[in-house]
Write a protein that binds this ligand. Structure first.
Ligand SMILES: NC(=O)c1ccc[n+]([C@@H]2O[C@H](COP(=O)([O-])OP(=O)(O)OC[C@H]3O[C@@H](n4cnc5c(N)ncnc54)[C@H](O)[C@@H]3O)[C@@H](O)[C@H]2O)c1
Length: 327
């Protein structure tokens, strides 16, 4: 298959590229502005060739299995050139996370809403068969969990609003133009190759490695739904390849509600076993816009795509801590 992946140098994007390389026979184009991910992150997933935005070769003339163009998804011309001839566009580039969206809601909107519109236009113009959108639980975070595809939209932070707009445009592009869009609402993704992330698992490990105290915001009773990156990539593959699911939204999460205190209780012995014997946990101030409870009901993706997570939290954390300590 021919893939165009926005944000392909990031945590999830480079993990997808790694998986596609392992599958073999896939042609991949990555567009990333390197604001977060790096060339090195992509090079750990695959050998790639970097090209100028004006010089995108046709997929058929592509000299390397993976091509990178360094540009911004707000540049619609480059995005259109990248998507031309792709079978599937996986749209991962975004202003990620709640806190950056609170710090600068306009920037969040420009990247997540206009950027997603550009990606949809690029897929439509390039006649892509499938468009997979990286959404999140944030569009429905204001509901009492478990969240699922039928609860009403109720964003808490600007990030949830911008991801909701992306879901809305995906539905509209399917209903109006017939572009097969699929929105995946990721839970809290963790795993190897996430060293640049400031999400809770990566942050706890980096803090422990630095010999500092792990800080839990507030009382630690807030809950999240943690999903291991390999399980998430399984779901991305299905969303990109299974026929007849255009216009659908799916929760992709573990279905388990875990408090941050429980996460820390699971991680501390694993960190100590990995030679971070000093590790200590403290409580700080709560964060503004932080959802109190968040976990998902994943029965729709299980029923329609036969997907369910395979990696337990403890196994996933062990793998992740091992990767961080070795790298
Ligand atoms: N990681 C999670 O827990 C999680 C949870 C829910 C949703 N998501 C969504 O999944 C997607 C991927 O997340 P991730 O964890 O891999 O994040 P990431 O930050 O590791 O990767 C995002 C990539 O997009 C690139 N990027 C950012 N803005 C860009 C722009 N304007 N133009 C071009 N490239 C740009 C960054 O350089 C980075 O390489 C995002 O859309 C995110 O909102 C992630």
């Amino acid at each position: 298959m021919k893939w165009c992946i926005t944000g392909g140098c990031g945590f999830i994007g480079s993990s997808l590229v790694r998986r596609l390389q392992a599958v073999g026979g896939q042609q991949i184009r990555v567009i990333d502005n390197l604001s977060v991910g790096s060339r090195e992150d992509l090079s750990q997933a695959a050998l790639f060739m970097e090209v100028d935005a004006e010089k995108f070769p046709d997929f058929d003339a592509q000299q390397a299995p993976v091509i990178l163009v360094v540009d911004d998804i707000r540049n619609e011309k480059v995005l259109s050139a990248a998507a031309k001839g792709a079978d599937v566009l996986v749209h991962l580039a975004a202003n990620t996370g709640v806190q950056p969206s609170i710090a600068d809601p306009r920037r969040d909107c420009e990247i997540n809403v206009i950027g997603t519109l550009n990606a949809l236009e690029a897929a439509r113009g390039g006649a892509a068969g499938r468009f997979v959108f990286a959404s999140s639980g944030a569009p429905v975070a204001g509901n009492v969990p478990p969240i699922h595809e039928a609860v009403p939209p109720r964003p808490v932070a600007p990030y949830g609003a911008s991801k909701l707009a992306g879901e809305g445009y995906c539905a509209a592009y399917f209903n109006t133009f017939g572009l097969e869009t699929v929105s995946l609402r990721f839970g809290n993704v963790y795993g190897p190759y996430s060293s640049h992330k400031s999400s809770v698992v990566a942050k706890f490990i980096k803090t422990a490695i630095a010999g500092e105290k792990i800080e839990i915001y507030g009382d630690g009773d807030q809950t999240r739904d943690f999903i291991y990156v390999d399980d998430l990539i399984d779901a991305l593959w299905l969303a990109a390849t299974v026929r007849g699911i255009g216009g659908e939204t799916f929760q992709v999460a573990s279905g388990a509600e875990t408090t941050i205190n429980e996460l820390a209780e699971t991680m501390v012995p694993l960190l100590r076993a990995a030679n971070m014997r000093h590790v200590e946990v403290v409580h700080g101030n709560p964060l503004r816009g932080d959802a109190k409870r968040n976990f998902a009901d994943t029965s729709k993706i299980s029923r329609m795509l036969g997907w369910s997570p395979k990696v337990t939290l403890k196994e996933g954390l062990e793998n992740t801590i091992a990767w961080f300590t070795n790298n």
